[in-house]
Design a protein around this ligand. Structure first.
Ligand SMILES: Nc1ncnc2c1ncn2[C@@H]1O[C@H](COP(=O)(O)OP(=O)(O)OP(=O)(O)O)[C@@H](O)[C@H]1O
Ligand SMILES: [Mg+2]
Length: 262
C-alpha cells in the first residue's frame, strides 16, 4: 500500500485522483495559496501567487520572459520548492511532501517540455514506456498502454524508430505520449511548441485539446500569441510576481502588450 491509497496494480488505479486523498475529488484539483519563491535574495520571482484550477480545466499560463512561468510549473512537480505558501494538488500540499512521496506525485502529473527531453538513442517505444516503470506493470500491459498512447498522438507503428531520427513535431508527440501514458490527472506543458514552426504549434495545441477533452486537466505555459488567440480560453498572466486571472482569454496587440477585457 502506498501512503496515499490502495494497491495500484490495474487500470482503475491508474486513473486520475485514485492515489491521493479520497475527499480530493470534491475540491479543486489545484490551488496555489500565497506562494512565494525567489532564487536570489532581494529578487523574488513569485510574490504571493493565488490561483485555483478546477478538475478538467484547460488553462494557459503566460507573461513576459522571466515572469516565472517555468518556476510555477517546477514548484508544482517539485523540481523546486516554495519559500512560503501552499500548493494543494489532489488534496495534498506538494510543498510539504516528503522526498519519498515525490514519485507518487509525479505519477499524477505528466510534464511536456519545450526541448522534448527524449533519449535520442532509445526507441520511441522505450521513451514512452519509461514513464510506466515506476508502476511495475506486466510487460503485456505496458505494451498495450504504450501502443494506445502512441495511437493517441498519431504515431502508431513508429514504436521501433529511434527517437533521435524523428522530426521535431514527431519528437514532441513522443514526449506527449510519455506524459499521458500513465493517465495522470494533470498535464503540465512548458512552452511545448517553442521549438516548432507555427503550423506544427497549432497541431500540437490540438493534441493537448484532445487530451483535455478526454478529461485531463491541462496547464499550458506559453507566450505564443497565436496560440493564446486561436481559442478563447482561461488565461493566467504572471507578471511582477503575481497571477492575474483572465477567464475569457486575452488579446495581444502589435506591441506585444496584453489587452485585458474590462
Ligand atoms: N535555477 C535558477 N537559479 C537562479 N535564477 C533562476 C533559476 N531559475 C529561474 N531563475 C530566474 O527566475 C526568473 C523566472 O524564471 P522562469 O524560468 O520561471 O521564467 P519564465 O516566465 O519561464 O521565462 P521564459 O518565458 O523565458 O521561459 C528569471 O529571472 C530567471 O532568471
Ligand atoms: Mg520558461
Amino acid at each position: 500500500m502506498s501512503r496515499f491509497d490502495g494497491p495500484f496494480a490495474f487500470r482503475p488505479a491508474l486513473r486520475a485522483g485514485a492515489r491521493f486523498s479520497r475527499e480530493a475529488k470534491d475540491r479543486p484539483i489545484l490551488t496555489f495559496e500565497s506562494v512565494f519563491k525567489s532564487y536570489r535574495s532581494g529578487s523574488p520571482v513569485l510574490r504571493g501567487v493565488h490561483l485555483t484550477i478546477e478538475r478538467g480545466e484547460f488553462v494557459f499560463v503566460t507573461g513576459p520572459s522571466g515572469a516565472g512561468k517555468s518556476t510555477l510549473l517546477r514548484l508544482l512537480y517539485r523540481s523546486e520548492t516554495v519559500d512560503d505558501g501552499r500548493i494543494l494538488f489532489l488534496g495534498k500540499d506538494v510543498a510539504r511532501l516528503k522526498d519519498d512521496a515525490i514519485p507518487f506525485l509525479r505519477r499524477n502529473i505528466g510534464v511536456v517540455f519545450q526541448d522534448f527531453k527524449l533519449v535520442p538513442a532509445w526507441s520511441v517505444y522505450e521513451n514512452v514506456a519509461v514513464a510506466l516503470e515506476v508502476l511495475s506493470l506486466p510487460t503485456r500491459l505496458v505494451r498495450t498502454r504504450v501502443g494506445e498512447a502512441l495511437e493517441r498522438v498519431g504515431l502508431s507503428g513508429r514504436g521501433d524508430d529511434l527517437a533521435g531520427v524523428l522530426s521535431g513535431g514527431e519528437q514532441q508527440r513522443v514526449a506527449i505520449a510519455r506524459a499521458i501514458v500513465g493517465e495522470p490527472a494533470l498535464i503540465l506543458a512548458d512552452e511545448p511548441t517553442g521549438n516548432l514552426d507555427p503550423q506544427l504549434a497549432i497541431d500540437i495545441l490540438g493534441l493537448f485539446e484532445e487530451i483535455h477533452e478526454g478529461g485531463t486537466t491541462v496547464v499550458f505555459a506559453t507566450h505564443d500569441r497565436t496560440l493564446l488567440e486561436v481559442r478563447p480560453r482561461r488565461v493566467v498572466v504572471l507578471d511582477e510576481g503575481k497571477a492575474l486571472d483572465v477567464p475569457q482569454g486575452i488579446a495581444i496587440d502589435s506591441d506585444d502588450h496584453y489587452r485585458l477585457p474590462n
